[in-house]
Write a protein that binds this ligand. Structure first.
Ligand code: NAP
Length: 245
């Protein structure tokens, strides 16, 4: 069986980094993107190589169509095929809608939703030709149970879930599965400010009395990629039983 190739967007830190490492440990060769911190991305590549994996990292801003095209051209130059795409990169700009700038709203939709859609578009033709593939999108608990101030983010992640179901229908005949993972509260840079100010309150709403670690989410991605051979069009909640008020 030839080595499988995975592409992960936003792999230099947080959940994306944990996904890159989990996939490498599972035997994938991995290509991942970063935006800002090349040194952090190269350090993740070193980690992958230390566990015997092959790795490519390249800059890619998924809110920029040309940048996406260049990234996937580089991946295709290096690796023969793409077996798995994980649309992980994402941003938040939380705030009451009345106070949000148009730029902030558009950036959230563009990065989380349109960026994921355009990355899917890059890999789908190859996956259709090879009649095999898997796409996993990162949604959020906010899509189904949004908190106050999450209108743009919830709308974007709700769109990601709809995209997941729509693509699953379109691609099932070509043996391509499309699923999403919806994390709850994961301890990363994205939630650092929230956890600093609201740690007790958030913890009181969890059935599992700890915040998720990035690896918890990576394990769910690995399950969908490797084990869930009869699962498509689904959103897997990984939220410790988070209850909304
Ligand atoms: P994070 O720590 O803030 O990291 C975000 C990642 O996305 C980084 O790798 C970042 O790249 C990348 N990124 C941001 N904007 C980008 C852009 N325009 N183009 C390409 N990459 C971009 O976030 P995280 O907590 O790991 O979240 C990862 C995913 O899980 C996101 O989709 C997020 O919405 C989702 N999620 C997170 C939580 C949570 O509690 N943390 C909960 C639910 C869902 P740089 O490092 O180069 O900036």
């Amino acid at each position: 069986m030839p080595t499988k190739t995975a592409v992960v967007t936003g792999g230099s830190r947080g959940i994306g980094k944990a996904i890159v490492l989990a996939l490498a440990e599972a035997g994938y060769q991995v290509a991942f993107s970063y935006v800002r911190d090349k040194a952090a991305a190269l350090a993740v590549c070193d980690d992958v190589e230390r566990i015997g994996g092959e790795c490519l990292t390249s800059q890619c801003d998924i809110s920029d169509t040309d940048s996406i095209k260049v990234f996937f051209e580089r991946v295709e130059e290096r690796f023969e095929r793409i077996d798995l795409l994980v649309n992980n990169a994402g941003i938040t700009h939380d705030g009451l809608l009345a106070t949000l700038s148009t730029e902030a709203i558009c950036a959230v939709i563009q990065t989380n939703l349109i960026g994921s859609l355009l990355c899917c578009q890059q890999v789908v033709p190859g996956m259709m030709r090879q009649r095999q593939g898997c796409i996993i999108n990162l949604s959020s608990v906010a899509a189904q149970k949004p908190g106050k101030g999450q209108s743009s983010y919830a709308a974007a992640k709700g769109g990601v879930e709809a995209l997941t179901r729509a693509l699953a229908v379109e691609l099932a005949p070509r043996n391509i599965r499309v699923n999403a993972v919806a994390p709850g509260i994961v301890s990363t840079d994205m939630t650092a400010a929230l956890l600093e100010t609201h740690e007790q309150e958030v913890q009181s709403r969890l059935l599992i009395k700890r915040f998720a670690m990035p690896r918890d989410i990576a394990e769910a991605v690995l399950y969908l990629a490797e084990r869930a051979t009869y699962v498509t069009g689904e959103v897997l909640s990984v939220n410790g039983g988070l209850k909304m008020p």
